[in-house]
Design a protein around this ligand. Structure first.
Ligand code: BGC
Length: 454
């Protein structure tokens, strides 16, 4: 007693085995180079069809001015929850009401018709509650999956991601599917003015507040980014220039690596995650980064180390050995413990049936979490810097949303540090947390499209 207890370090064999999760600056620079090449393939007319990073044109040419006005409905589908919003915009001010509805698993994996009927049903319930059934409002639809847009109100679904797999939707125009579902009910009256990605919504929402915002980034269940590109570089953009000379590009960077370009750094955990997913071979970059997979990456490493006798005295638990039972929020919680303290860590390990964990086990578990989340933050940073360098604007604000960025205690700092190291030295950037999700962004795009913007 009285003596300071010795600070424990993660054990040598675990440190060694986790080295493959640590990316060197050289590796990150190589990723940037490859990603830049893939972006150009996505933007090019001749190369787009075979490109992995699709760089879809969004048909949004203008960023908000802050002078948009009107009352709008917005739908936000893209994760485990679905939101309906009512937004009133006036000069530099907005009010928003929203309701969250769950998307049950059987609908995520059911038919497209069921999904869109469910969406229309939630919309009708919300409109009834808000007493707006009789108003013909403009609607913006945030639909956060890879869409090949053919206009502001036409988008063909290329593939499902993030655990969705509804039949009969891929290859179809989702705006039409929503219109059909609304028609089937016959009790709602509205005008769909825009379909957009959550990254576009986030960019618009942040740009409304901060005019230097030119990138929208999501690090949540999935991951993706959208940025302001010059129309002349977006070879598939086929509408007249409304004056800005720009168009927002939805990169769909989650699919980066699907052609093997990231194989040099994929670990056995990445491969297992992919094999066990409902979309093997797809969204490989996303699977290394986002909230749908981060907890499972940690669990796979912990399972391996336990079976090798390096953790918990070689004695695991049913939960630790069950797919999907180490939630991504655990990673954030474990890393939220002050250094040298393992309160959250112990609680989580107990929840997982690992009461017998020693202090050294806690140190090791935390270290594995840090390696996985650091790698995610570094990969996102490398892709983001590629966009910042490509845009070559003196100062860009990045609007960011998503549970990983929002709740992980160190993600922001890890990104700040890595981006500063990789960015071209004459460029300045900052990272801005989006406060209002992409709902306001949907209203803003609808406002511009419906002419309620000056
Ligand atoms: C989707 C993107 C979306 C991202 C973040 C990805 O799985 O393909 O469209 O922006 O998740 O929600």
């Amino acid at each position: 007693m009285g003596l300071k207890s010795q600070v424990l370090l993660p054990q040598y064999p675990i440190r060694e085995k986790c080295k493959e999760l640590m990316l060197t600056e050289e590796q990150l620079r190589q990723i940037m180079k490859t990603f830049h090449h893939e972006l150009l393939l996505g933007l090019g007319k001749k190369t787009h069809d075979n490109a992995t990073v699709k760089c879809f044109v969004t048909y949004v040419q203008d960023l908000p001015t802050g002078r948009e006005t009107g009352k709008f409905l917005a739908l936000d589908l893209g994760g485990t929850n679905f939101r309906v919003l009512l937004i009133e915009l006036s000069e530099n001010h907005f009010e928003m009401k929203s309701k969250i509805f769950a998307i049950p698993q059987h609908i995520m994996l059911g038919s497209g018709e069921q999904l869109f009927d469910h969406i229309a049903d939630c919309l009708a319930k919300f409109m009834k509650e808000e007493n707006i059934m009789k108003e013909k409002l403009a609607l913006g639809f945030t639909f956060s999956f890879p869409l090949k847009q053919l206009g502001l109100t036409k988008g063909i679904l290329k593939s499902w991601t993030k655990g969705f797999n509804c039949s009969g939707v891929v290859g179809n125009d989702v705006v039409q599917l929503l219109r059909d579902a609304i028609k089937r009910r016959g009790d709602i009256n509205l005008h769909i003015f825009a379909i957009l990605n959550d990254t576009t919504g986030t960019l618009m929402s942040c740009a409304w507040k901060n005019h230097s915002c030119k990138i929208g980034l999501i690090i949540g269940t999935g991951s993706n980014a959208c940025y302001v590109e010059k129309q002349k570089n977006a070879e598939l953009f086929d509408e007249p220039d409304g004056g800005s000379g720009n168009v927002l590009i939805n990169t769909e960077w989650g699919a980066f690596g699907d052609n093997g370009t990231l194989d040099f750094l994929r670990t056995q955990y990445d491969k297992t995650i992919d094999q066990n997913s409902i979309n093997p071979g797809q969204q490989l970059f996303e699977k290394m980064i986002s909230g749908m997979y981060m907890g499972e990456l940690v669990r796979l490493a912990l399972e391996r180390f336990t079976k090798e006798g390096l953790l918990f005295g070689g004695k695991g638990s049913d939960l630790l050995f069950s797919k999907g039972r180490f939630y991504t929020k655990y990673v954030s919680e474990i890393e939220s413990d002050y250094s040298g303290v393992y309160t959250n860590c112990r609680e989580i390990l107990e929840e997982l049936g690992l009461k017998h964990a020693s202090e050294q086990d806690c140190v090791n578990v935390r270290f594995v979490c840090e390696c996985v989340s650091r790698r995610a933050a570094h990969l996102v940073s490398a892709a983001l810097v590629t966009l910042l360098n490509k845009m070559d604007e003196p100062h860009v604000t990045v609007g960011i949303d998503g549970s990983v960025y929002r709740f992980h205690p160190h993600f922001h700092n890890l990104m700040m540090e890595k981006i500063s190291q990789l960015i071209n030295p004459h460029l300045k950037f900052d990272l801005m947390l989006s406060e209002d999700g992409s709902g306001r962004g949907a209203a803003l795009v609808a406002a511009c499209a419906s002419g309620k913007s000056r």
